[in-house]
Design a protein around this ligand. Sequence first.
Ligand SMILES: *Cc1c(COP(=O)(O)O)cnc(C)c1O
Length: 420
Amino acid sequence: MKLICVNCNRELPPDMFDYQCSCGGLFDIIHDTSQLDADLLKRTFHERLSERMSPYASGVWRYKELIFPELPDEFITTKYEGNTGLYGSELLESYTGIHKIWLKAQSENPSGSFKDNGMTVAVSHGRSLGYDRFTCTSTGNTSSSLAMYASLAQASSYVFVPNKNISLNKVLQTIAYGAKVISFNGTYDDGIQFYERHSKELGFYICNSINPFRIEGQKSIIYEIAQYLNWSLPDWIIIPGGALSNVSALGKGLRDLKNLGFIDKLPRVALVQAEGARPFHKMFASGSSELSPEPSPYTRASALNIGNPPSWRKALRTLEETNGVTCSVTDDEIFNAKAIVDKSGIGCEPASAATVAGLKKLISQNVIDKDETAVCILTGNLLKDTDALNYYHFTNPQNAEYSNQILTAELTLEGIESYL
Ligand SMILES: *Cc1c(COP(=O)(O)O)cnc(C)c1O
């Protein structure tokens, strides 16, 4: 395993670990896969589907050979993350207009978001280096996930949260798992800058998405989709973008599958951002290759509320390699799409529904053909943001096309029959 800077290609000496290169670029983990036998691996991954109570029962560590082969099993901190459902939905096919859709419900992870796929690997790596203090700054889901794994590992977690535009549910979940939560006046980006400067003095292992081990873990999402579909992928993968770690991991995972010969052809990737926080979409749509940060991002999809996404260079590679596209959607489009995802029985938090809203938009613009097939990655759980549910269904803003009301009735046969 080697760490190479995605910006200047510098390679770190093998016994060193760092999050960021002296040039400011992020590190990418490169594995030597020349000794791997693809058929044997496929068989191994298949056999591990029947594991219970071992690290290989996890939907991340099932693919350990492609994620972190060197790690001794004793350091693995797992909650059998991954193993999430891949669902079809006629309701969502008719809502978006596509012929065939699957929803990959990363919302079913133990802490309720896809962050678990990466966090299990980062915390396990930190433990292997001897750390017992873990940190992140977060819009919510990263912190819940970190707090959960740190507690499982009997270590401490220190979580920096901006004091505005975050979901209360996520902070409560983080507190409940036992993290020390530090609320500060500033943005997500300020938090990252602070501990990039001070983490060494404080003895902190950093678990934000600048950590390349998070990206390695998140690759398992696309491995799992490919394995469930018998190593064939749909025409499109639709993914939301905030800090852009997930789209970076998606591209890296696809590259692995293609290089190993597990799949013949890469699907195209569509990255969807919220209109109020779309610096990457702006860059990509204008053909520029330098990202201009958005100084005051705002979207009600709190997990997408990021103006200066650290992983943009890795994300750009995913889009270039897959002949990908980007788009942005309004909060109203996100909330209406979310109402349909929820009503389908699958459910998700607002940021995840950006994928469905984006798919609908890209079909209406003829970028995606309705005869094609797509997987939308649902990143977080419906219960992650109950304020959003309250806002949509009860405080009843004008654009809540699919809001559902509580019915009031006399408990009489006629009273109830009038609602049937
Ligand atoms: C973190 C997160 C995102 C954004 O993923 P990035 O890797 O930051 O682009 C989207 N949805 C949910 C629910 C998240 O928790």
